[in-house]
Structures are given as C-alpha cells and as structure tokens.
Design a protein around this ligand. Structure first.
Ligand SMILES: Cc1cc2nc3c(=O)[nH]c(=O)nc-3n(C[C@H](O)[C@H](O)[C@H](O)COP(=O)(O)OP(=O)(O)OC[C@H]3O[C@@H](n4cnc5c(N)ncnc54)[C@H](O)[C@@H]3O)c2cc1C
Ligand code: FES
Length: 346
C-alpha cells in the first residue's frame, strides 16, 4: 500500500495532433509547463487558468485539473473535450489539438513614444522597441516595467508589416484602480524603460471561404481592426460583419477607420454598433450579443461562418453561448478574453 502511495508517477508523452511535435511531461507538471520547457510556442497568457488562451482539445488520454476547467471554459467547450493546458496534469499519454504560435518570441526594451485619445477612457498607445517584432494580425504583446506586479497584455491594433516592426500600437482602456492603466492615463511614462515580449496568442484569421462575424467591446476593437486591416490589404474576399458594443455613444471610436475599411473590403462589409445603456439616433440598443442572430442572418447563416470575439470576459462568455446555441461549431469560434487582476483573483 505504502509502496503504491509513494511510487513515482511515470513521465507522460503528449502528441500534438496533425504535426510531428511530441514532448514529455515531467512528474506533477502541467502540459503547458512542459511544452514551454521544451521550447514550444504553446499559446498561453495568465498560466493560472483564467484567460482561456491555452484552451486545447483533448483527443485522447486523461488529465487531472489543478483548478476546474469549468471556471473559465463554457459547458459547450467542456462537452467538446476542451481543457486548459496550464491547469492540466496528464494521467496518461495524451493527444492534443492546439494551434502553436509560429513566429519567434522576442524580448526587447521599449519606450512609450505616442498616445492619442480615442474615447473618454481608451487611448491608442505606441511603443518603440529596440528589436523588430514579427506578429500576426490579432496577436498581442506582454508589457512589463520596473516594479510591475506582472506583465500586462495588449493586442496589436495595426496590420503587421512584412519584415517585422519596431513601432507597436495598441488600444488601451483605463481600468479604475488598475496598476498600469491608472499610471498610463495619469503620468508621463516617456522615460520609463519597458520590456516587451511578443508575439503571443492564437487569435488570427483562419483560412476559409465563409463569412466572418467579428464581435468586440471596449478596447477589444484593437485586434479586430488589425485583423480586418491585414485581411483588406491581402484582398480577402469574404463577407464580414463587425458588431461593436459600448454603453453610450461616447464609447464608439475608429469610425473613420471602419468606414475606410468598408470601402476597401473586397466582399460585403457591414458595421453595427450597439449601445447598452444610452440610446442614440440610428444605433441599435441592447447587449451586443443579442445582435448575433441578426448578424448571422445578414451573413447568410452558413456552417462556413467563422466568429472572432474580443473584449471583456463576460461579453465573450455570452457571445460563445449565443453562437453555439445558434449552431456555430466551437472550432469556428475564436476569442481573446481581456482578463485582468480582478479576473485572476476570482
Ligand atoms: C490576451 C489579452 C489581451 C489583452 N489586450 C488588451 C488590449 O488590447 N487593450 C486593453 O485595454 N486591455 C487588454 N488586455 C487587458 C490588459 O492586459 C490589462 O489586464 C488591463 O489593461 C488592466 O491592467 P492594469 O494593470 O491597469 O489593471 P490591474 O492591476 O490588472 O487591475 C485590474 C482591476 O482589478 C482590480 N484588482 C487588482 N488586484 C486585485 C485583486 N487581487 N483582487 C480583485 N481585484 C483586483 C483593480 O482595482 C482593477 O480594477 C488584454 C488581456 C489579455 C489577457
Ligand atoms: S494560460 Fe491557461 S488559462 Fe490562461
């Protein structure tokens, strides 16, 4: 009996489906820890089970969850076999489906060189880096500074440049009580030595011929604009509908950029702002997620539809549930939840 209790757990092997990638997971280590130790660009951010970035589908094998996946993943995702790699300790060999990042992650010094107000609480913020960063439209960077309580993630708002770039811009919302954003909006940070690590994430436009439904809230417009600008520049010929949710008219921004995108877009393009609290002339009223069915109908209600959601965790959870209820497969739903310190403590 004692022998069994203290017996060493065997090392487990993880195979990434559709690739020749295989790695070993150390005793009591998570899938994510071992993947990163093996030098793989496994998608991740918080590493504590709250952001959902390491969401992967378990095709075979068994895992133990350090914290229940259900705190972050929806019932639909759990039923479809999704796990959180940062919380999953293998109990057998595993086969996992996940999209690895491709570009080399760079860590570089950076200075904050420009800021422009977009709304009363969102700014376009630009860092100048020492080394060029290569990213895919939709991805994000991790930013730290001396004394930072931890990295802060910010999604790129511009289409990437071929050959990489040293100017990185993101739309950043002021979070009341936030360690970084309170300083950003209240102090001159031009002399602060930042460090940027990028690219991260797997929120990019998947190949396909079907229409694209994009849903954003707050600063969640940042990667959606990047993704749309990049697709427009590449001449992507797919119908697209952008739903954007705010509380009041003062929360709407990037009107000129979106109008310009609509003109350059090769397929049909529609922008639908939705306001939850204060009605305004000609603008839909309600929760942005309540517009999903009408948006899908405009896009032709086809199984080829792909959905891309970005912004507050609550909006994403409601959006994923609505999309699944409307018949969209989880494999066609891609999202980045903008979690912060308050999500991590819950
Ligand atoms: C993948 C990803 C991409 C993102 N992209 C963007 C983006 O493009 N634009 C953007 O604006 N944001 C983005 N975010 C969010 C961003 O990373 C930060 O979380 C956000 O800017 C807040 O940072 P902060 O330091 O100001 O606030 P934090 O210090 O994280 O605090 C946030 C809130 O939590 C409260 N809080 C702090 N500690 C605790 C605690 N222990 N318990 C309870 N509450 C607490 C604070 O008072 C505050 O209200 C992204 C997040 C992720 C995960
Ligand atoms: S990295 Fe696993 S949930 Fe955030």
């Amino acid at each position: 009996m004692l022998k069994k209790l203290f017996a060493k757990k065997p090392l487990r092997r993880v195979r990434i489906a559709g690739s020749d990638v295989e790695f070993e997971v150390g005793r009591n280590q998570t899938v994510l820890e071992s993947a990163l130790a093996a030098g793989l660009a496994y998608p991740h951010d918080c590493t504590v089970g709250t952001c959902g970035t390491c969401r992967s589908r378990l095709l075979s094998g068994k895992v133990d969850a350090i914290t229940p996946f259900g705190y972050t993943l929806s019932r639909e995702e759990l039923e479809a076999g999704f796990i959180l790699a940062c919380q999953a300790v293998p109990e057998s060999d595993l086969e996992i489906e996940v999209e690895m990042g491709s570009a080399q992650v760079v860590r570089t010094a950076a200075k904050l060189v420009a800021q422009r107000d977009l709304t009363h609480d969102i700014r376009a913020v630009t860092w100048q880096t020492d080394a060029p960063v290569h990213y895919r439209a939709g991805q994000y960077m991790n930013v730290t500074w001396p004394g930072a309580p931890g990295p802060r993630s910010y999604s790129f708002s511009a289409a990437p440049l071929e050959g990489g770039q040293t100017q990185l811009t993101s739309f950043i919302r002021k979070v009341p009580g936030g360690a970084f954003t309170e300083r950003l909006f209240g102090e001159d940070l031009s002399s602060v030595s930042f460090e940027i690590e990028a690219p991260h994430g797997s929120f990019w436009l998947r190949d396909g011929a079907g229409p694209i439904l994009l849903i954003g809230g707050g600063s969640g417009l940042s990667p959606l604009i990047s993704l749309l600008e990049d697709a427009a520049a590449r001449g992507v010929q797919r119908d697209a509908l952008l739903l954007f949710g705010g509380r009041a008219e003062r929360d709407l921004y990037c009107g000129d950029e979106i109008a310009s995108l609509a003109q350059r877009w090769a397929g049909r393009f529609e922008f639908r702002p939705v306001l939850s609290d204060e009605p305004a002339d000609g603008i839909r009223v309600g929760m942005v997620t309540s517009e999903i069915r009408a948006a899908m109908a405009w896009l032709g209600d086809t199984p080829e539809l792909q959905a891309y959601l970005c912004g507050p965790p609550g909006m994403i959870d409601a959006g994923v549930a609505e999309l699944v209820a409307a018949g969209v497969g989880l494999g066609e739903i891609h999202y980045d939840k903008f979690t912060d310190a308050s999500s991590r403590s819950s």
